[in-house]
Design a protein around this ligand. Structure first.
Ligand code: PRP
Ligand code: URA
Length: 209
């Protein structure tokens, strides 16, 4: 079974409160999502492998650590996932960015794929799929299906807010994909919205309705 990590760092929880608040406008919402994505990227990269590098400080020679060239791919689920990309890139600037476009059919709540473009060396990369919301889990499951179909073998999923139903569905569908979330909320409502949640992440990020 995959693991679920809840990043309840005080800075993340503080920023998440303002992200949730209905009175937070588009500009501030976007900035806060970007900041939380950076903080989450710091946590999610804890297990990156290191290797030794011999350098010279102004005082002496020493052997120190550097990242051992792990190839990372960030994959936002369009469109709301885009809001988390820059925040992750601040810490992993050499990462490649793939895109998977999905929307939830408002009637069936089923995800519909309309776009996919990934780095060429899919099988050699560790992918972090990003999306602010994990509600029914349909979009995340489908995005990861899409990645695996194209050869990805090493995948993590990172979101701001998850419903228990979505976490369960994602774990059932992809038990090799660890899930990283900033807050685990109570439930879904009858429209598939997370309660208490933050509303429609895409609309709040991009100022649409
Ligand atoms: C939202 C969100 C997720 C999805 C989560 O996207 O960004 O991708 O819903 O719901 P699920 O877990 O039930 O699939 P939406 O479909 O509203 O598209 P958008 O990003 O274009 O607004
Ligand atoms: N997608 C969103 O943007 N918000 C939710 O609460 C559920 C799905």
């Amino acid at each position: 079974m995959s693991k679920v990590y809840v990043f309840d760092h005080p800075l993340i929880q503080h920023k998440l409160t303002y992200i949730r608040d209905i009175n937070t406008g588009t500009k501030e919402f976007r900035e806060l999502v970007d900041e939380v994505a950076t903080l989450m990227a710091f946590e999610i990269t804890r297990d990156l492998p290191l290797e030794d590098k011999t350098i010279e400080t102004p005082v002496t020679k020493m052997t120190s650590k550097i990242l051992s060239g792990k190839k990372i791919g960030i994959v936002p689920i369009l469109r709301a996932g885009i809001g988390m990309v820059e925040g992750v890139l601040k810490l992993i600037p050499a990462a490649k960015v793939g895109h998977i476009g999905l929307y939830r059919d408002p009637e069936t709540l089923e995800p519909v794929e309309y776009y996919a473009k990934l780095p060429a060396d899919v099988a050699e990369r560790e992918f972090i799929v990003v999306d602010p919301m994990l509600a029914t889990g349909g979009s995340a499951i489908e995005a990861i299906n899409s990645l695996k179909k194209r050869g990805a073998v090493n995948i993590k999923f990172m979101c701001l807010i998850a419903a228990p139903e979505g976490v369960q569905a994602l774990q059932d569908a992809h038990n090799d994909v660890d899930v990283y979330i900033a807050a685990l909320d109570d439930k879904l409502d009858e429209h598939g919205y997370i309660v208490p949640g933050l509303g429609d992440a895409g609309d709040r990020l991009f100022g649409t309705k």
